[in-house]
Design a binder for this molecule. Structure first.
Ligand SMILES: Cc1ncc(COP(=O)(O)O)c(C=O)c1O
Ligand SMILES: N[C@@H](CCOP(=O)(O)O)C(=O)O
Length: 462
């Protein structure tokens, strides 16, 4: 199994090398050269299996011979052991044929734990075997950072630096990043927005001297292993609703396009997915693009769903790669145009995108109203991101096909917005009850590549 870059100019790598490499050296993102498929019988055989066993069967073909079956089973078992629900990703019914996939039972209360816990174990196993160490730099709008710090904190072979936009994450998200005491993790509050953090991260990968000196690695969805781990819950939920005999649709609160792209991979593998619905907040570049208005950056407007306050949606590059018939040169050209503000999608590529994805947008008022109305209707208390999914799903769903909306975070990560909308203060789980009492450790830092690289070099040296 080989991995290729979306821009077509980087060396082909194995799963493990792609995982440890992060961004391809041509600036692109790694994808499998061929997406493995599962037969109808193989999908049907997933019914009734544990989450861990489904994870093994779905992900195994992507790994080639990088990990033994025994190693990989152990990695999966350790990854999901700390989840607070036996099903790992339980489905609850909201309305006839509308289901919520609760992805917030992991250690940091967001869907990121599904992938981050797994890649923490994959990195540790691979680095130990190779006798190597890496520097992980991550960009976050709140959840990737807390999940990464939790998964990689205390590991010997990694230093972790997380860039988050100063003042633009919730207090719980910030404290999850700034209160851990492991010496190998560093929270950096950048003067800028998430797009600035992600651009700085990609600039570091494109600075080959720095990249090679610190042995830079990435745990954002730049890393295909992150996306792969997220494919699994599409299978567990669809199968429990009758796949492969029955089609299922999914609505995904979307920012960096990683989670919904995992749905695309599941569909390419053979899972009968009807609609993949992209749900955006007021930062709606993806909705505008999928509605045929081109991909043009605007200003990021802070919202009550801060994790989705994103304009440059990293994984959209992967979607474009497939929509343009795996033409790396065409993708490289679009990404070049994006540097000056945006690009138009060709008619053929637009048709290809619209074959797989539909989209909807949810305003701030609609997000709050959905938190309130869903609580009254089904009793479910939604986080603002999940509420965006539910609102858009209600607009898009057809009565004949079950719709699964991904609940991407626990309401307690966004208590102010949830309380304002519903009048209910969502409590943190008991293991986090002292989060507000713990002392914080964070460096406020300018949005400047040299300043960031100097800081990272200095702290690795220590
Ligand atoms: C709670 C939450 N919901 C939704 C999203 C959007 O997911 P993606 O970036 O994979 O589109 C994020 C951030 O990634 C998030 O943290
Ligand atoms: N919403 C994310 C943004 C980064 O996304 P990723 O999937 O590329 O890590 C966050 O919470 O940080």
């Amino acid at each position: 199994m080989k991995y290729i870059s979306t821009r077509g100019q980087a060396p082909e790598l194995t799963f493990e090398d792609a995982m440890l490499t992060g961004l391809a050296r041509d600036g692109g993102l790694y994808v499998p050269a061929e997406i493995p498929t599962m037969s109808k019988d193989e999908i049907a055989a997933l019914a009734g299996l544990s989450y861990e066993e489904v994870a093994f069967r779905v992900m195994r073909p992507f790994l080639g011979d990088c990990f033994t079956d025994e190693e990989f089973r152990g990695i999966i078992a350790r990854a999901y052991d700390g989840f607070g629900h036996a099903a790992r990703a339980p489905l609850v019914q909201l309305a006839p044929n509308h289901f919520l996939l609760e992805l917030f039972h992991g250690p940091t209360l967001a869907f990121k734990d599904f992938a981050m816990q797994l890649i923490g174990q994959l990195f540790e196993t691979a680095l130990k075997r190779r006798g190597e160490s890496v520097t992980i730099v991550g960009a976050t709008s709140g959840d990737t950072g807390s999940a990464a710090i939790q998964a990689f904190g205390g590991l010997d072979a990694v230093n972790v630096f997380i860039l988050y936009p100063h003042g633009r994450v919730s207090e719980v998200q910030r404290r999850q990043m700034t209160t851990p005491t492991d010496a190998n993790v560093h929270a950096l509050a950048v003067d800028g927005d998430f797009d600035d953090c992600q651009a700085a991260l990609k600039d570091m990968f494109n600075d080959f001297d720095f990249r090679d000196e610190v042995r830079l690695a990435g745990v954002n969805s730049i890393n295909f292993a992150r996306v792969l781990a997220q494919v699994v819950y599409y299978f567990t939920s669809a199968v429990s609703l009758g796949a492969p005999e029955r089609k299922v649709s999914f609505t995904v609160p979307t920012g960096n396009f990683g989670d919904i792209f995992a749905g695309f991979i599941a569909k390419q593998m053979g899972l009968p997915i009807d609609q993949l619905v992209v749900a955006t907040n007021q930062n709606d570049i993806l909705h505008r693009c999928l509605s045929g208005q081109g991909y043009h950056k605007g200003e990021t407007i802070p919202s009550i769903s801060p994790s989705m306050d994103i304009q440059v949606s990293s994984n959209f590059e992967r979607a474009l790669f497939y929509a343009y018939g795996q033409d790396g040169a065409a993708v490289a050209q679009l990404m070049d145009e994006l540097k000056s503000g945006g690009f138009e999608v060709s008619q053929g590529a637009m048709q290809a995108l619209q074959e797989h994805y539909v989209s909807g947008r949810c305003s701030e008022e609609e997000t709050s109203a959905t938190i309130k109305s869903e609580r009254a209707a089904s009793g479910e208390l939604l986080c603002p991101h999940s509420a965006i999914g539910v609102k858009v799903a209600n607009e898009q769903r057809e009565t004949s096909v079950p719709m699964v909306t991904l609940a991407t975070a626990h309401p307690a990560k966004f208590p102010a917005a949830v309380e304002e909308a519903s009048g209910i203060h969502p409590p943190l789980p008991p293991r986090m009850a002292d989060l507000y009492d713990r002392s914080e450790r964070v460096t406020r830092i300018a949005n400047d590549l040299t300043t960031l690289e100097t800081h990272i070099r200095k702290h690795i040296a220590h």
